[in-house]
Design a protein around this ligand. Sequence first.
Ligand SMILES: Cc1cc2nc3c(=O)[nH]c(=O)nc-3n(C[C@H](O)[C@H](O)[C@H](O)COP(=O)(O)OP(=O)(O)OC[C@H]3O[C@@H](n4cnc5c(N)ncnc54)[C@H](O)[C@@H]3O)c2cc1C
Length: 384
Amino acid sequence: MDFGFSPEQEKFRQEIHEFLENDADAKGAKEEWAAGNGYGPHTWVIMKKLGARGWLTPAWPKEYGGLGLPAMYRALAMEEMDYFTGRGSRGVLCGIGMTGTVLLGHGSEEQKREYLLRISRGEIDFALGYTEPEAGSDLANLSIKAEDKGDYFLVNGQKMFNTACHYAQYHWLGARTQVVEPKYKGISLFIVDLKTPGITIIPIQALGFKTNQIFYDNVKVPKNCLVGELNRGFYYIMEALDHERTYTTSRLNGELEKLIQYAKTSGKSKDPIIRQKLAQLSTEMEIAKLFALRIPWMLDRGMRPTPEAAILKVFYAELQQRVINTAQQILSPYGQLKKDSKWAQLDGEFELEYTASLEGIITRGTCEVMRNIIALRKLGLPAR
Ligand SMILES: Cc1cc2nc3c(=O)[nH]c(=O)nc-3n(C[C@H](O)[C@H](O)[C@H](O)COP(=O)(O)OP(=O)(O)OC[C@H]3O[C@@H](n4cnc5c(N)ncnc54)[C@H](O)[C@@H]3O)c2cc1C
């Protein structure tokens, strides 16, 4: 078994590393995301710079703006982006991770030409439009309605926690097109221009993030905005979610390294309990890195990593909590202070990471739901 990267992969990673390390917009993007607002001017600029080099979508075919490389290259690019732009790398998760994945597999040629090139160049992004007040984990229960009116679909209803709606150009909308049992067989996917008349976006604040409620009031969605087949949306959503759960570990690893360095320079590393805790976290981080790289490794072999993505999500999200909680113990109450306090430690990063770690166990499927997937798909335990 070979755990190393090829010289080409190392070169690819190094090029992105050096570029991001020296780019002012990467630093600006990190600050924009740390403020919880999502894309700002720096993020748009850095996305375009990365897109121009093909680094946003290295695994896509060349004709749609990719480099035609294996999925492992996407993982390497994401690792570097995650490290330098912090939460900023999350921006690519819907457009590239969800929309791109589904359009490549099931979109019409017209849709591919219309959207994929612009996503790959970093010119546009999508807001993930799944959750509703009564449909979060139980996505099959979603009720926003898209009625076939002949020339168009008429959409009415509400979405909740659709984070990117205030900066993305398009909504990646899951809507009910048929009332049927089982419920998941009546869901379709649509691409909706967020400027369409009848759409209202209301910002809300959750776990340090600006996110949104979005209301559809008699919104006319053209027929060619239906993605793939009618009533097959749930299958596409599930397929793409395996991709969206491909976590990178570089940012969290970087945080842990900062914490270890702090323990050394502050003299706290002499405390035997702190030494034990840091050694344990470092061990778990090595496991997370292997879990994370297993996903692109499987994708490159044509395998679908459903339980593996769920295992990674649970392990990573809960490790993130353990790292942050340990950091709070080591930093003492100073760790709770924001960056702008003169008493803040390590630039207030662990205060910020604390809220991010709460968000991590909820979004992209909660850890409980991931355990259900593991029980069903890996252990073969019967569904409830
Ligand atoms: C900051 C933030 C950003 C988000 N961004 C987006 C976004 O951009 N787009 C989008 O569509 N959604 C987004 N979400 C929504 C997120 O995906 C949902 O919050 C999540 O799926 C959980 O749904 P829920 O909030 O309805 O909770 P519920 O589904 O009601 O769950 C409540 C609790 O019950 C548990 N539970 C539920 N079902 C089961 C079960 N079958 N077995 C065991 N336990 C269960 C859950 O684990 C959880 O602990 C965001 C959420 C947050 C907090």
